[in-house]
Design a protein around this ligand. Structure first.
Ligand SMILES: [Zn+2]
Ligand SMILES: [Zn+2]
Length: 539
């Protein structure tokens, strides 16, 4: 694959930071550093031309566009600058604006006759350059306002999605998928965007592509006969290779497809857990409490025994509630009663959502076609976005989210208590039945031989006790901190979990007491983010 690697756009000059002290000695440097006064002087007093390039072939308008000086760009256009002028590789000023996401300058260019679809020698349009540099806002702007073709191929047949995937700009990938960019497009080498994401080894870009895509993209081969998983493996990107291989396996599970169709295929381990709870309860009643070969149950043990059974019944009720309850699915565009204007889905879905204007692109869901609130996440198992997503629990075959988290917490608390009490009762029953055998060497074997069902019950019960106690402790700690399992695991991905110094900071943590009382009283905790008013951030 080495020969097919996409060449990085040669634009060292574009990405250089401005030096602190810059000598402004001609129209080019004045345009590049935004010195309007000197630019005017050069043009109006010294008679310098704005329609000619410098010694490198770059125009003053290119520099003004790159560094986003709309006033200067406008002045240059009024004084002879050509918006269609191109430099050595046929890039226009709009290409340069795209490299740095200079939206205001691009507006000036496009309103003065620049062509949004102008292509350079490689066939790159402004959309390609924006994707190569991860300028998601810019890309969205020229697509929404100037109808730029976000699926256009360059000379090698690569679309902006190929480029964003290769460069690992997951937010740009999200935006393009949200706008229905073609995921299955193969370039001249037969590579899809997923091939390129696998080649560069970007886990997040691969994840977004796979969850929004189909089985087809996972198995399609390039001209050399390689699938994305083989490419990731060849390049030594083990995490990506493992993820893609797992996804491929999940998609090609023929047995499951054949025997379990529709909802049955997504049912998870819930029936197994249900059977375990019922089986353990029956075993406890028959073999522990009412066993014929044990002594009669004392009043105290009887009370504890029936408490455990009542708690088990309570667990079953909570289990049903957790599994069947809506965990907080977010309405999709198709679920709304008023059909939205599909001409520009992004701007019409939620124009007033300040998060979008703040460039919070990670909140776009390419599958549900929504801008989801902060703290929510798309669950690939449920194929829906879930508010305050905690985790998808296969044991209840449902997500744990804003609306069923309290039920889930009660379920695991009940589970802990039930298994703890029933274990204690079972141990007490055996202990009481073998008063003379405790010191003998073979008493364990005799217990196993005489009371196999109690031993079986105890084994399963202890495993449940350890698992459920660990889970309850973890959940209780998270509730006290008002953070979800997903946020803890993926904190690095979420900008809202970082303070100004770049370190972890949880804006939802209002102290242990308030976090716990909010959770127990309301059933969920605060997830409001104090977004600045729209006008303020959009300006
Ligand atoms: Zn979603
Ligand atoms: Zn789920």
């Amino acid at each position: 694959m080495a020969s097919s690697e996409i060449e990085v756009v040669s634009s060292d000059s574009k990405t250089q930071e401005n030096p602190p002290e810059v000598p402004v000695f001609d129209v080019f440097s004045a345009s590049a550093y935004g010195d309007f006064q000197k630019l005017r002087k050069f043009v109006e007093q010294d008679g310098a031309s704005l329609s000619k390039p410098d010694v490198h072939g770059y125009y003053a308008l290119h520099w003004a566009a790159l560094n986003n000086f709309p006033d200067i760009a406008h002045y240059i256009i009024q004084h002879g600058g050509d918006v269609k002028a191109t430099e050595n590789v046929q890039q226009t000023a709009l290409h340069w604006a795209a490299a740095k996401g200079a939206i205001a300058a691009a507006d000036v260019l496009l309103q003065n006759g620049a062509r949004v679809e102008a292509a350079d020698v490689h066939g790159y349009r402004a959309v390609h350059v924006a994707a190569q540099y991860g300028q998601t806002s810019f890309l969205n702007h020229i697509v929404a306002r100037y109808h730029a073709d976000f699926d256009a191929p360059d000379n090698e047949g690569r679309s902006p999605l190929h480029w964003a995937a290769y460069k690992g700009f997951a937010d740009t990938v999200r935006l393009l998928l949200f706008r229905d960019a073609c995921q299955g497009r193969q370039d001249k080498e037969g590579c899809t965007p997923l091939h390129w994401a696998a080649l560069s080894g970007n886990v997040e870009a691969c994840t977004v592509l796979v969850y929004a895509g189909t089985k087809q993209e996972l198995t399609v081969k390039d001209n050399a006969g390689f699938t994305p998983v083989q490419i990731a493996s060849d390049k030594g990107h083990q995490r990506v290779a493992l993820f893609l291989a797992n996804q491929q396996r999940a998609h090609s599970n023929c047995w499951r497809d054949k025997f379990c169709s529709g909802k049955m295929a997504d049912i998870g381990y819930a029936p197994v857990l249900l059977c375990i709870i019922v089986f353990q309860t029956v075993l406890f009643m028959n073999s522990v409490l009412a066993a014929p070969n044990l002594t009669k149950v004392t009043a105290a043990v009887g009370i504890w025994g029936w408490t455990a059974i009542s708690l088990a019944v309570g667990s079953l009720i909570m289990f049903y509630r957790c599994s069947s309850k809506d965990p907080g699915y977010i309405k999709r565009a198709g679920d709304l009663s008023n059909p939205i204007n599909t001409e520009d889905p992004l701007l019409n879905v939620d124009l007033n959502n300040s998060a979008v204007w703040m460039g919070n692109w990670s909140q776009l869901c390419p599958t549900c076609k929504i801008i989801r609130p902060v703290r929510s996440k798309h669950c690939p198992s449920c194929n829906r976005c879930v508010e305050q997503f905690d985790h998808h629990c296969p044991w209840i075959s449902n997500c744990v989210g804003k609306r069923n988290k309290r039920d889930f917490f009660i379920l695991i608390c009940l589970g802990t208590l039930t298994s703890l009490i029933s274990t204690a009762v079972a141990v007490q029953r055996i202990w009481g039945a073998l008063p003379g055998l405790r010191t003998e060497e073979s008493w364990i074997r005799r217990v196993v031989v005489q009371y196999p069902s109690i031993v079986a019950f105890l084994l399963v019960d202890v495993i449940i006790l350890i698992a459920v106690t660990t889970l309850t402790t973890a959940q209780a700690t998270q509730i006290a901190r008002n953070i979800t399992t997903n946020e803890l695991a993926n904190a690095i991905r979420y900008g809202y979990l970082r303070g100004p110094d770049g370190r972890f900071r949880n804006p939802y943590n209002h102290g242990c007491r308030k976090n716990c009382s909010d959770f127990l009283i309301q059933g969920h905790t605060d997830d409001e983010m104090a977004w600045p008013p729209l006008q303020q951030v959009a300006s």
